[in-house]
Design a protein around this ligand. Structure first.
Ligand SMILES: [Zn+2]
Length: 81
């Protein structure tokens, strides 16, 4: 008795490339921690990776400034005691 799936289920990625008539196999999606929906993230793996990389580049300076500011705030608080 063979128990193989007939065909891989497809899911529509929310990205611009895949959104229109270009569904991606479910295996290309990461599982989501959320209970609702189909249990998968709305963006496929390649899109998630791409967006994360770009987000890091765009926000690198901002993050550095934010950490620096936090350090300064901590020092201020410690100094006031
Ligand atoms: Zn995609």
């Amino acid at each position: 008795m063979t128990d193989q799936p007939k065909s891989e289920s497809l899911k529509r990625c929310s990205c611009r490339e895949h959104r229109s008539d270009n569904p991606v196999p479910l295996s290309e999606f990461w599982k989501s921690n959320y209970k609702w929906g189909d249990g998968y993230q709305s963006y496929c793996r390649s899109c998630t990776t791409r967006y994360t990389k770009r987000w890091r580049v765009v926000n690198a300076d901002h993050l550095r400034a934010y950490r620096h500011q936090r350090l300064l705030n901590l020092k201020d608080k410690q100094g006031s005691y």
